[in-house]
Design a protein around this ligand. Structure first.
Ligand code: MN
Ligand code: MN
Length: 466
């Protein structure tokens, strides 16, 4: 082998595209930065398992970084650092830049802070077979069988009849009890296992065990239910009727942990989409910029972005208009000049299920945050499908920011698909493209991402804001 490369080798190097493993590319200092950044992210994952908690976390972090609350109608000027809370379930953190807003527009990073989970019904509590249970209705696209036989924590709020709000968070502290969804023992599971996986557990079997101790009084029926009610009453002042106005969710009680001997990966509940929300938040909180940048952490993406806290709600458009008006800018011009990274996760290529992926266009783990020019399914249906011009513009930003990134498509054409908030932002006449971290076992109770991809996503946001 000669030292000198042949002409063909040189040409191949110049002309060919190949993905780069970010860990391989990173020097010692950058590798340290990748691993250090993951520590803050894991703390966020453990603190914020629901959209309400993520919202609280973001507000606390924003205040710590000198951001103050913004309300519609407040005056704004260049240099302002603000956050806007929508109903305690979504939050927009923003910096007002020095550039002319009509010419430069907003730089938006939109990600979501809700995640698939098991929601408690409005009349949930009953007892049977020596156990008390909550009836549930799952939230988002889950494989129901994955949510059985694992420890669950209960998070949420109960609004009492006088309007008082009680926060509930049980199952996260090592001393806390946890909750549980039963599965069938294999000895009796012959029929269950011979059917389709979607029928292994049906929706009405996702009942959460919440108690087993009978109330000590011979005169009452439903003693276990009563004992649970009595504990809830003593602890939170709740009566059964208060469940009518409650929002409670069972989420995996697992903590975020490093995965692998080399700690390259992170396992956790709800990487989708906190692995994008956290970099969006920290990028805007920690970095000054001449642009007016907004990190939008929204709710309800997993069920179609509906409701007053999902991105389809007019409140976000109103907020942008309020900002434009406060700065004396024409909102229509501002929107036209704006750019958005719709930051949501994508599927990482998984060699254990290679058949559903098209390898050339799948996101490879640790090869950086992944841009999806289009999402959708079956002929790109329902996709934003970003312009090549805008993709080119973002590509240039990433090159200047030395970002290791890749492009991705969720899986093979016609195998399946998915959507994000991109198309709803694009409806406002804002150039938008999807960019997010590749995830293994997406929507499972415990998902896996690469620390390199997490940090790449953060660096991509910095490049976008610069
Ligand atoms: Mn998502
Ligand atoms: Mn999702």
């Amino acid at each position: 082998m000669s030292e000198k490369k042949s002409k063909g080798q040189e040409l191949q190097k110049t002309l060919s595209y190949r993905k780069i493993n970010y860990f391989e590319r990173a020097d010692k200092a950058e590798r340290k930065a990748i691993f250090d950044y993951a520590e803050g992210y894991k703390a966020f994952l453990d603190a914020a398992k629901t959209e309400r908690e993520a919202c609280e976390f973001a507000v606390a972090a924003a205040e710590k970084a000198g951001f103050t609350e913004y309300r519609f109608g407040d005056p704004l000027k260049a240099g302002d650092k603000k956050y806007f809370v929508n109903r305690g379930k979504s939050v927009v953190v923003f910096r007002v830049g020095s550039k002319n807003l009509e010419e430069d527009g907003f730089r938006l990073i939109a990600s979501h802070i809700d995640a698939p989970r098991i929601d408690i019904k409005q009349n949930p509590l009953y007892e049977d077979g020596g156990m008390a249970f909550f009836k549930t209705h799952y939230y988002g696209g889950i494989k129901k069988y994955q949510w059985t036989a694992i420890p669950l924590a209960l998070h949420g709020v109960v609004v009492l009849k006088d309007g008082t709000k009680r926060k509930i968070r049980v199952g996260e502290d090592a001393k806390d009890p946890v909750f549980y969804i039963n599965d069938l023992l294999p000895h009796l599971g012959g029929d269950q296992m011979s059917g389709k996986a979607s029928g292994i557990i049906d929706g009405e079997q996702l009942n959460v065990v919440v108690g087993g101790l009978p109330y000590a009084d011979e005169e009452v029926s439903d003693k276990i239910k009563l004992s649970v009610l009595s504990i809830l009453n003593k602890t939170y002042g709740i009566e059964e009727e208060d469940f009518l106005s409650a929002e409670l969710s069972a989420v995996p009680a697992f903590r975020a942990r490093d995965v692998g001997f080399d700690r390259a990966l992170i396992g956790a509940y709800g990487h989708d989409d906190r692995v994008c929300a956290y970099p969006a938040l920290t990028a805007v909180l920690e970095n000054e910029t001449e642009h007016t940048v907004l990190a939008m952490l929204v709710d309800k993406e997993e069920i179609g972005s509906e409701g007053t806290t999902g991105i389809r709600c007019k409140v976000y458009e109103d907020l942008m208009e309020e900002i434009a008006v406060a700065l004396g800018a024409n909102f229509r011009k501002v929107r036209f000049a704006s750019k958005c990274l719709s930051s949501d996760v994508t599927a990482a290529y998984d060699p254990n299920f290679a058949g559903v992926y098209e390898k050339m266009n799948s996101a490879m783990l640790s090869c950086g945050t992944a841009m999806c020019k289009f999402t959708g399914a079956r002929g790109k249906s329902g996709s934003n499908d970003a312009n090549a011009e805008f993709v080119g513009e973002v590509r240039k930003m990433f090159a200047e920011g030395n970002v290791v990134w890749q492009t991705a498509e969720l899986g093979k054409v016609d195998v399946g698909g998915g959507g994000t908030v991109a198309k709803f932002v694009a409806e406002l006449n804002i150039d938008t493209v999807d960019l997010g971290v590749p995830v293994i076992s997406m929507h499972a109770p415990w998902e896996v991402v690469s620390k390199a991809d997490l940090y790449s996503n953060y660096k991509a946001f910095l490049a976008f804001m610069k």
